[in-house]
Design a protein. Structure first.
Lengths: 348, 348
DNA sequence: GAAGGTGATGTATGCGCTTACAACATGGGT
DNA sequence: ACCCATGTTGTAAGCGCATACATCACCTTC
């Protein structure tokens, strides 16, 4: 025998299925006494409404979706005791939490799905069939798929490429790095700075580098043409980049600005081993504001990103679009905040 | 006009809706030529199958659920720039990721929902209506609700109370702490140890304390009756507990074992400020193996928990139960691993 | 006291899909 | 040439709910 349905509850309560449905949909418009009868019948039977049936009948699932890149190596299952992996996805975790909370506040559940870049399309259309609206975090999706999906339901792009007709939220990468770089130049009087970037196809890292360039323009310093080195945004690659720069000929720069915190932390380790004082011999900065940045020694100066706000704002945009499908698309930029700490010469 | 449905695709491809359905369900049993016709028609129309209809017809949603405690202060929205919050839920993040990955491997999507303790029941039944099976992480749910839900679909309890008839996965809190404590006693010759616990209603922290006690039994040392102090598992409370213990009369213990890493890290800060050498004057240990534990100075000796495995195993148990609803319930205990580092006198 | 109004409930249909079953075509075996 | 196994496709009946519409009881109003 299957699970109890509205029919079972209706029969037991001596009412029609419409009344049962009304009790769960909008309790007003049902007399209090009737509602009680229904609820207690439902309770006795252990009735749980079927979201599928509900969704089919009402053409809405009450679920929002979040697709994000899968950082983990699919082969690496079981070796998860290694903490590096956990650090890597940190970024996404905060977005997930922020989005979950905001979704719940609006009465939605959250469906999440990671995908490797090459399977982003399939995963996206699968998710699209299950939700009322979705957010895509820092991921490239085949335009054809994106087009189909976004014609079916509201989509908001988080920290990703500009897509015509889609709402979008980005973090102020450019502005944050601009501000931080000006701080090193103006407040600490450093004029010889180097930037360690990420891969060239990382829009975030590239925007940060442009902010770095812009600060030179703003202060009249010569424009750096390209990053002094590049990593892949991991701790290890930051360490490697630092070592590489140290081994180059010529004088050290006065400051080394990394495209993210993890690389900066890796560099701090390398510099400590080499006996290079931070910030005495060399100022170091990161970007992101991961918790780890506060704990390392010296504490890392960085730019804090409002990751959980990214998730929250995504929900707000989706909800706003549910209310008005025709509203003009928005592209919102979330502000960042400097976290000035010891590694640039500020604070303790 | 609404979104395209099987009917639209069927008409355009010149087949029946059953054939369209078969193409998406089980491509075999449809001739290759027919399948092509259907797929291209679907593509042209921008067809995306409706999960609700699918779920209703097939009585399965293809979604797994995860309910976990909501750590964040509901009022605190917007102040999320504070990184403490992020550290707090760290535990859950890894479980989410592990479960998401395993679910996807088995062809399921993952629905997540946090809930404050007092609303756990409602949230749970909401989620229950949307999924084929679900995991409850470290959360107490009203037995009545749990009963109803678990009669409807498979439920696995993660790091929670024993529930008759439900699959369950726990982490070897007792064994891990036992092993670590024996290490301090046997390898470092420490005989005067103190334990800083969590709240009394934290089953994890209590199990760890019992492991601490058991190690004394095992080595013939006098049995500590109760934790020397208690915190609430936050960094701040660990710091406070450390200060409190230092200010007590009498000699310091030789080692201070904390119920989790965050408290231990807080203690490390307090000790550093007081000029107390770790491990020279006092050995310190934590529990969990959060990434931060490796970065602090001295690196924290701790017990690593396989958090993402918790999520993965949850999926395995659910899938196994889908295959055989009648199989006996299992209670699995995931092994932990010691991470011996500087703060107990090991390593560098 | 009849007409009209209001609120509570029942009736009946369809949401888009899966799937048992029927129908049909095809080819091999006798 | 006929029968049957096999493979492919169509037909039709729900799945559990929401909701437009009909119904009905009970007031209000003049």
């Amino acid at each position: 025998m299957g699970d109890p349905t509205v029919y079972d509850v209706a029969e037991r309560a001596g009412v029609s299925i419409a009344t049962v449905s009304r009790v769960y949909r909008s309790s007003d418009s049902v007399r209090a006494a009737t509602r009680e009868k229904v609820l207690s019948a439902a309770h006795e039977l252990g009735y749980v409404p079927s979201a599928s049936a509900r969704g089919l009948a009402s053409r809405a699932t009450g679920v929002l979706g979040l697709c994000f890149p899968d950082f983990a190596d699919p082969e690496a299952e079981g070796t998860a005791l290694d903490a590096d992996e956990a650090e890597l996805s940190f970024y996404g975790d905060e977005v997930i939490r922020g989005m979950e909370r905001a979704a719940r506040r609006h009465g939605y559940a959250l469906l999440i799905s990671a995908a490797h870049a090459d399977r982003a399309g399939e995963v996206l259309s699968d998710v699209a069939g299950r939700v009322d609206g979705l957010a895509i975090l820092a991921q490239d999706v085949p335009p054809a798929v994106l087009d189909v999906v976004s014609r079916r339901l509201p989509v908001v792009v988080l920290a990703g490429r500009v897509s015509p007709g889609l709402d979008r939220i980005e973090v102020a990468n450019f502005d944050g790095q601009l501000e931080l770089t000006r701080h090193l130049i103006n407040s600490h009087g450093l004029t010889d700075l180097a930037f360690v970037g990420g891969a060239e196809d990382s829009p975030d890292a590239e925007a940060r580098f442009r902010g770095f360039q812009a600060a030179h323009l703003a202060t009249g310093l010569p424009l750096p043409e390209r990053p002094a080195a590049r990593g892949d945004l991991t701790l290890v690659s930051g360490r490697k980049a630092a070592v590489e720069l140290l081994d180059r000929e010529g004088p050290l720069p006065q400051g080394l600005m990394f495209a993210n915190d993890q690389m900066a932390v890796g560099a701090l380790q390398a510099l400590a081993e080499r006996g290079i004082g931070v910030p005495a011999d060399l100022a170091i900065t990161g970007f992101d504001g991961i918790p780890l940045s506060r704990q390392v020694s010296p504490a890392l100066t960085t730019v804090r990103q409002p990751m959980s706000r990214l998730g929250e704002e995504a929900v707000e945009l989706l909800v706003a679009r549910f209310a008005d499908r025709g509203r003009p698309t928005v592209s919102r930029r979330l502000p960042t905040a400097l976290a000035l700490r010891a590694s640039c010469g500020c604070g303790v």
